[in-house]
Write a protein that binds this ligand. Structure first.
Ligand code: HMG
Ligand code: MG
Length: 307
């Protein structure tokens, strides 16, 4: 049943991260052909932004070591934006060589995670990104800047908001087209989300360049998303079936499940362009390849209904 609420956007862009954030942390490494089929099925279910893979060091993320094989299999999918993660110059060169026209650099709000994830201090990692973003923009490549650990960090605890704002502003000033605020370990609660969004606005980072990226470790991802929507955010990251986590933040669990997000958005009358039935079938299909059931409540509820 559709019951709209006031003060929410009419449409939300879902930024699907299952093929990247999801699969990078699954125990079972999925063959490139299955990944490509996953991405095709996600597109057929109506998702129009699908993060495809990462051009990172294969030893750091072995699950995505097949980026060179996978990306050409999907690059020509019509009507779908396929951003890829790029950690440095080498990653940019690899992505551009295959015709990527959207990249994402990924920074951290904390020193500990910058070190664990990128083997650099926070400022060193920003210095690595600066020429990467510049070259990308010179070639008209769209750039997303992730900021991880915006709300809490497994080594440092709560993260001061001004630290997050500093990294967001640095990425904006480099030329990133959009930013994604990562709750990598899923500790945020709605008031905290609103406090960060308000501070960023006060510091000159407009809501229309912000997306939210919630992991669902403490079951707060949907509540946090609702708070962000009320604030005016219209880009929400999620992963089909709730796949994933982060290999360099052990306490991170999967992202907000796309099906759970779509269930809420459609119930509110917010358009997404997603066919929930086809998406759920895709997650059930992928769960069989991973040999584990989807953690998404919506996938479980809808797939049991058919049996
Ligand atoms: P490093 O060991 O410091 O690398 O790792 P380096 O620059 O010293 O280079 C060492 C060797 O690696 C060299 O080779 C380089 O060429 C090679 P050698 O000369 O010794 O033969 N190399 C590469 N090879 C392939 N592709 C590359 C590349 N770069 C260097 N791009 C590095 C630094 C950044 C490479 C490494 O730390 C890395 O790959 N990290 C990636 C970690 C990662 O992917 N984490 C998950 C994504 S982030 C995330 O999930 C959070 C997010 O979802 C948001 C949220 O939830 O908060 C986005
Ligand atoms: Mg993530």
């Amino acid at each position: 049943m559709v019951v709209p609420a006031t003060g929410l956007p009419a449409r939300v862009r879902i930024y699907e991260v299952g093929a990247r954030d999801g699969l990078q942390n699954e125990k079972r490494t999925v063959p490139a052909e299955i990944k490509a089929e996953f991405i095709r099925r996600l597109a057929a279910a109506g998702l129009t932004t699908i993060e495809a893979t990462s051009f990172v060091h294969p030893k750091w993320v072995p699950q995505l070591a097949d980026a060179e094989q996978l990306f050409p299999m999907v690059v020509d999918l019509p009507g779908v934006a396929l951003p890829v993660l790029v950690p440095n110059q080498r990653g940019l060169d690899r992505a551009l060589a295959l015709g990527a026209d959207r990249i994402a650099v990924f920074a951290s709000a904390t020193e500990s995670f910058a070190k664990a994830n990128l083997n650099r201090t926070l400022d060193e990692s920003l210095a690595v990104f600066e020429p990467v973003v510049r070259q990308a923009k010179d070639r008209d490549v769209h750039v997303r800047g992730y900021v991880s650990m915006c709300f809490g960090d497994p080594w440092e605890g709560p993260v001061p908001l001004h630290q997050v704002a500093r990294v967001c502003k640095a990425l904006r000033d480099m030329g990133c087209d959009e930013l994604s605020l990562g709750d990598t370990i899923g500790v945020a609660t709605p008031g905290h989300v609103l406090e960060l969004l308000n501070l960023l606005n006060e510091e000159g980072v407009p809501t229309n360049m912000l997306g939210v990226h919630f992991h669902d470790t403490y079951g707060q991802a949907l509540a946090n998303t609702y708070a962000a929507l009320e604030h005016g955010v219209t880009t929400v990251d999620s992963s089909a079936g709730g796949l994933g986590g982060c290999p360099y933040a052990k306490s991170a669990t999967g992202n907000l499940a796309t099906e759970d997000l779509v269930w809420m958005l459609h119930g509110l009358g917010i358009q997404t362009g997603v066919d929930l039935g086809r998406l759920t079938a895709t997650s059930v299909w992928m769960a069989a390849h991973l040999d584990r059931p989807s953690p998404s409540r919506t996938v479980r509820a809808l797939s049991h209904k058919d049996q």
